[in-house]
Design a protein around this ligand. Structure first.
Ligand SMILES: O=C(O)C[C@H](O)C(=O)O
Ligand code: SF4
Length: 513
């Protein structure tokens, strides 16, 4: 099976860089549902441009290439250890080539292994089957959406929906609630895999298993088909929309599976996947290791590049104010910004995510942050032939994780703007008002689009935290984001959360008997 490494490498690269056809179609449909000039339409335009750029650059669609999870079916007699070895080598090579971000971190020390290999990473699940070829599937599910997975133990009380009992209607309520609680933080519009039954572990496994289904398939169990259709129709009435900016499409897919349970337990497990729904599969010759066929290839392939010219017109007709920001920014300038303003950033910004925020809460900053912009981002970086850092992918990360630190750090160091995605909470909003700061929402997953706005890397600090967690000094041009929290107490995120909860309450009454 000497070709096995090559086949696995291709599977990894293709999964990270090329969004499957069914997902493209769902995104194209979402785009059609939004009115021109809205924030949702603008975000979807950025997302589709990003998909095209990832195709062209053969670079990661999103910088978070997730926890690679392989599901492999092998004919009886095939050596699974050999397959494992080929996967490990291919993962390390794809990381070296900038197709995967080094994402495997020691949970106790925080050390990044640098090659995506480590205890428990990647995940490889084997199964035997009677066919004569190998079926290898891969999902790259990022951390932001993974953090929005949720498991319900029935019966339970749900915000907005009341009691969810141990029946199909209780399940319906849990699924609706799972979409609400994710808001835009898992880079909506998302896809949910739902597992009914099992135990806490196998329930989540079943939920994730659903993410390997095609978005276009039909559930063979009539009740579940009905549930999937119900959720698709009604979750999209919650008004959360792309990136939680409000809008018509909140969900791109809902797939439900069922397994038996034991009498005392009744779990409903939900695996939330972002729009950057990267999963593919290949059929591999069991003797030679050759790649025989790609999976998920049915139907039309949408070429978003054709729409790019049209999109520029949409952006031009949008009625939001556009403001240019360049650090150092004055308090006066920041206080002039309002929720809904679109900013174009030129000049300097510094990345800082989990490790940096924890560090800055106990230590001095390695650079002067007065008037500066902090970007919640863990990029994919490679060194070029001259030894200079090159940005391969650089979209925002979920900002809410920095909520405990953010306000204090902004005040202490004089930071005027923080940028990420998904919004932040009440503590940060209060600090923005007191200190004079704004929160900027960039489009989650648009890692190629933003990498293109980064014109240079002028330095890096705290490299000991690993590539994603270091503090990169970036020089940008035309880096676009939306003000979603301002210094006047306004938060688009709080507004969407409130209005979506009101909408959720409309689904309180029994639907399935
Ligand atoms: O780790 C990242 O870069 C992003 C993460 O997937 C997130 O959505 O927060
Ligand atoms: S940043 Fe968004 S698109 Fe990327 S992995 Fe995280 S949730 Fe998915």
């Amino acid at each position: 099976m000497e070709k096995l490494f090559e086949s696995m490498y291709q599977l990894i690269v293709e999964t990270s860089t090329k969004l499957p056809k069914d997902v493209r179609r769902a995104i194209a449909k979402a785009k059609l549902s939004e009115s021109a000039g809205t924030r949702a339409a603008m975000s979807l335009a950025t997302i589709t441009e990003n998909i095209t750029m990832a195709d062209e650059n053969v670079s990661p669609i999103c910088q978070d290439t997730g926890l690679p999870t392989f599901k492999i079916k092998t004919p009886v007699g095939v050596n699974q250890l050999e397959i494992k070895e080929a996967i490990y080598t291919a993962i390390a090579q794809a990381t070296k080539d900038g197709k995967l971000r080094p994402n495997s971190v020691d949970s106790l020390t925080g050390a990044n292994s640098g090659d995506n290999l480590g205890v428990g990473t990647p995940v490889i699940k084997f199964e035997q089957w009677e066919k004569d070829y190998i079926d290898a599937r891969l999902i790259l599910k990022g951390g932001g959406c993974e953090n929005k997975n949720i498991q319900y133990s029935l019966p339970c009380e749900l915000e907005g929906l009341g009691r969810a009992g141990r029946d199909l209607d209780g399940i319906r309520k849990c699924v609706m609630h799972s979409v609400y609680q994710a808001q835009g933080q898992g880079c909506s519009a998302g896809v949910i895999g739902v597992g009914i039954g099992g135990d806490r572990t196998s329930g989540y496994e079943l939920a994730k298993e659903q993410l390997f289904r095609s978005l276009d398939d039909e559930n063979a169990i009539p009740e579940l088909k009905e549930l999937e259709e119900y959720v698709m129709e009604n979750a999209n009435k919650l008004g959360i929309g792309t990136m939680g900016f409000g809008g018509e499409t909140t969900l791109l897919g809902c797939k439900v599976g069922v397994a038996n349970r034991i009498p005392a337990s009744f779990f409903v497990s939900v695996a939330y996947n972002c729009w950057a729904y990267r999963r593919l599969g290949v059929k591999i010759n069991a003797e030679s290791g050759d790649l025989m066929e790609w999976m998920y290839q049915e139907g039309e392939m949408i070429d978003f590049s054709k729409e790019l010219a049209e999109q520029e017109e949409v952006a031009a007709t949008s009625d939001s104010r556009e403001i240019v920001l360049e650090a150092p920014i004055t308090e006066e300038k920041i206080r002039s910004l309002k929720v809904g303003d679109v900013v174009r950033i030129n000049g300097r910004m510094f990345t800082g995510r989990d490790a940096i925020h924890k560090y800055l809460s106990d230590n001095d900053s390695p650079v002067d942050l007065d008037g500066q912009i902090i970007y919640h981002c863990g990029p994919v970086m490679l060194k070029d032939a001259e030894g200079n850092w090159e940005v391969k992918a650089a979209g925002p990360t979920t900002s809410i994780r920095e909520e405990p630190y953010q306000g204090d750090i902004m005040k202490r160091f004089g930071i005027r703007a923080v940028m990420g995605k998904g919004g932040m909470g009440a503590k940060t909003l209060k600090a923005l008002g007191e200190h004079g700061g704004v929160y900027l929402n960039a489009i989650g997953g648009a890692a190629q689009y933003y990498a293109d706005c980064i014109k240079g890397v002028d330095g890096v600090d705290l490299m000991e935290f690993g590539i994603p967690e270091a503090m990169w000094h970036l020089r940008v041009e035309g880096f676009t984001a939306v003000v979603t929290m301002d210094s006047h107490g306004n938060s688009l995120h709080a507004d969407v959360e409130k209005s979506s909860l009101e909408k959720l309450a409309q689904f309180k009454d029994r639907v399935f008997s």
